[in-house]
Ligand binder design. Structure first.
Ligand code: ADP
Length: 510
């Protein structure tokens, strides 16, 4: 089965959040499940730098489809020529393992900008974002139509709003008489929708008839996210709970009606943990390895981190960590409001994040006021993120909403037990340390329901109380570390979605 994955990010080449972790892990897992997978990415500088087009050609038969690298020539909907480079991304596994074929849109005027792929240094979305990401969907549709004569996908799998026009271009574009590819669209976060004013629409090559309620129109503008949700053959999102939640007004961000009407086409598939990157037994960022069987190294990870951050060297102080975008979504106002209570219990907080400036400032001030018990690193630091999970006793993820959440999964894997709100993928992945779950061996963290300080603090109290009971803590920690959220399982579910579309391959619209 030939699958084209389309996303704006790809770990390790470009990452601003969980989308990259998923886009960088799923193709390999799908390939292990038997699919012939390639990826399409925009030519941001770090992606162009990371996709190989020169050097020794990998020998693998599976890879050998045409010349090693090629520049395919297409055109944009607004008539400019565009090059699509075909290269490869090295396998993060064994050095001789087969690489992944990657198509990269080489359009420097659109993508060659420093910093964030989505916004300028003042955090303003780029003016031409509609063009920049329409081109991603457009090229996906061109590949589905045979742009690369050597390989034509049967399924185009588009991720998040950036790739949301791919299903629309595929559904509304001309047919070349070949069987048409099917489309799958995955929502990673419904809060970010790619909404633009009408003025951007006419140049993007979609028929005017698509600009209506049963199409891309959205409250007087139009939406990439809606296009994906409306035109894709099948929809998925990143946890079963989020699949239910986004069909309700409370979490539908204005698209719950459409999502509910397509409820039969929507599947929630929980993300996995990429163990080539996230495994404390083999994590080169940690000062020493550890795992559920041999957890001793975790104490050294904690002591090293406390020293690195200037926190008091106190093994007996529970170390709470946050690795997060600093936004209201992530429940950080609760963490701030609850910080006095946390400190009063003798706990420490180590935060790593960037985002809304008021949160950056507030946490920085708290760290300045109590540097031995609160640390705030403002910025993005992959290595420190790993070391924090290795060091932490508790990972805080008290989100307002959370499509899947990866940090609680990393917290589980690294024995930094998650405190989470019972929402989205958090509810699907953490088992509260209730008396019953403690007794039956399923407890893996601390879950609260209402988004309220009182409820959050009650969960914190329970976490600290369990921490002070060393045998119980070690038992729950070992249980958490043994929980597996593997990509193989998720890939099997995605394969079932793809297969359901390829039943009889749809005849092309004549
Ligand atoms: P999001 O909503 O931001 O995608 P997820 O929990 O799904 O949230 O994924 C966040 C990813 O980004 C995780 O891999 C996490 O470790 C990483 N991350 C978030 N903030 C930072 C940071 N400041 N530095 C390093 N990694 C970060």
């Amino acid at each position: 089965m030939r699958i084209l994955q389309v996303s704006a990010e790809f770990f390790p080449l470009l990452k601003t959040g969980g989308l990259a972790d998923v886009a960088g892990a799923l193709p390999w897992a799908l390939r292990d499940a038997g699919a012939d997978v390639r990826v399409l990415l925009p030519g941001f500088p770090s992606i162009l730098a990371g996709v190989r087009t020169r050097g020794d050609r990998p020998d693998s038969v599976a890879f050998a489809a045409g010349p090693t690298s090629t520049s395919l020539l297409g055109h944009t909907p607004w008539g400019d020529p565009v090059h699509v480079i075909r290269g490869w991304i090295e396998n993060p596994g064994p050095p001789d393992a087969t690489p992944l074929v990657a198509y990269v849109i080489d359009a420097p005027t659109l993508y060659d900008r420093p910093g964030s792929p989505y916004e300028d240094a003042e955090h303003r979305p780029y003016d031409d974002n509609a063009r920049r990401f329409a081109l991603l969907g457009w090229v996906a549709a061109q590949l589905a139509q045979g742009l690369d004569p050597a390989w034509r996908p049967e399924v185009v799998h588009a991720h998040d709003w950036h790739a949301g026009l791919a299903p629309a271009y595929m559904a509304l574009g001309p047919s070349d008489g070949q069987p048409s590819a099917a489309s799958v669209f995955t929502v990673h976060n419904l809060a970010y929708q790619g909404v633009f004013a009408y003025e951007r629409f006419p140049e993007l090559g979609l028929p005017g008839s698509a600009y209506q309620m049963h199409g891309v129109e959205f409250h007087g503008g139009w939406s990439f996210m809606k296009a994906g949700l409306f035109y894709a053959d099948r929809l998925t999102t990143v946890s079963p709970s989020y699949a239910r939640e986004i069909q309700t007004p409370a979490q539908g961000h204005g698209l719950d009606g459409l999502l509910a009407s397509r409820g039969g086409d929507l599947t929630g598939i929980l993300n996995g943990v990429d163990e080539t990157t996230w495994d404390p037994a083999h994590d080169a960022f940690l000062p020493t390895p550890f795992n559920a069987q041999k957890p001793a190294g975790k104490a050294l990870c904690k002591a090293t981190m406390q020293a690195e951050l200037g926190l008091a060297q106190a093994p007996e102080a529970p170390l709470f960590i946050v690795v997060s975008r600093l936004s209201e979504q992530k429940g950080l106002p609760l963490v701030l409001q609850g910080l006095d209570a946390l400190q009063a219990k003798g706990a420490q907080l180590a935060l790593l994040g960037s985002g809304e400036s008021w949160l950056e400032q507030a946490f920085s001030e708290r760290a300045r006021a109590a540097p031995r018990s609160v640390s705030a690193t403002i910025g993005y630091d992959e290595a420190r993120a790993h070391r924090l999970f290795g060091a932490g006793d508790v990972t805080l993820v008290p989100s307002l909403f959370e499509p899947c959440g990866l940090t609680q999964l990393y917290g589980l894997k690294y024995g930094s037990l998650p405190v989470v709100r019972s929402v989205g993928g958090l509810a699907d992945s953490v088992v509260d340390a209730s008396p019953q779950a403690l007794a039956d061996g399923s407890a893996s963290g601390f879950v609260f329901s209402r988004f309220a300080l009182e409820d959050y603090l009650e969960a914190i109290d329970r976490a600290v109380a369990l921490f002070l009971n060393a045998p119980s803590w070690q038992q729950v920690r070992a249980q958490a570390m043994r929980r597996r959220f593997c990509w193989a399982e998720a890939a099997t579910k995605y394969m079932a979605v793809y297969r359901s579309l390829l039943g009889p391959i749809r005849a092309s619209a004549a």
